[in-house]
Design a binder for this molecule. Sequence first.
Ligand code: NDP
Length: 253
Amino acid sequence: MDKLKNKVAVVTGGNSGIGFGIAEAFKNEGAVGAITGRNEVTLRHSAEALGGDFIGIKGDVTNMNDLELVFRKTTEKFGKIDALVVNAGGVVDGVPLAAIDDVTEEHYDRYMDLNLKSAYFTVQKALPYLNDGASIILIGSSAAHRAAPGMTIYGAAKAAIVFLAKGLSLDLLPRKIRVNTLSPGSIDTPVFGKLVPQEQLEQVKQVWIDITPAGRQGLPSDIGNAAVFLASDDSAFIVGTEILSDGGLTNIS
Ligand code: NDP
């Protein structure tokens, strides 16, 4: 298994859920590189679980200095970067998803900062360190296509991610860098524990299972496998588009 042999990857938010699943899939295909996140303990544990092929670098994706540090440290250790997965995002700590009457300006800004602004600047700060032929994968969401209560701002940010991939592709193709969006449906990760109380967790997951035509939640490895394809030269002619890995969720109304 060496689809990513000799490739260097950075996965933001690689210390949990989907990001860890992607880093694991990359490692299994021969890649090395870095995972990032803010929590030093989970970063250390995740890097250990990846068997030393990936280092953990602490950084907040909403902080420009942290982003620069992540890419500088990665290249100091491994040389230039071949694959960047812009995955960190989702629920803002301590700021639950909310309906319009409960949304403050601060709530709006923090969701947009984490799920849209940080993606743009993660790409910008990575550019000096990317190899010719690099692949950038923006993690979107089925929420960009399928509205759900309380998810309007998050879904709008993720819809904008789809356009970022299109626009950035045009900007970056002359530099031989591809950008695509990989949009998960409902994936079984720790994010659900941030959204609902423990006693409602199984019930909420069951609702997602019931509305997903594939009859299950996705696994981080489902997204990892698709990310391997987008990071590899097998997808060399796939530019500025979106791949959904959602078990058919967005095919139903
Ligand atoms: P998790 O909550 O398991 O992981 C989120 C990751 O993002 C963590 O590694 C976290 O690390 C990191 N992160 C959060 N905020 C910041 C920040 N400010 N700076 C740096 N890192 C940060 O969620 P998932 O794995 O489920 O989600 C990963 C991505 O997938 C997100 O972009 C989410 O929107 C998307 N997604 C998830 C779906 C799902 O059903 N799970 C569905 C569709 C899309 P730390 O806390 O250490 O900073």
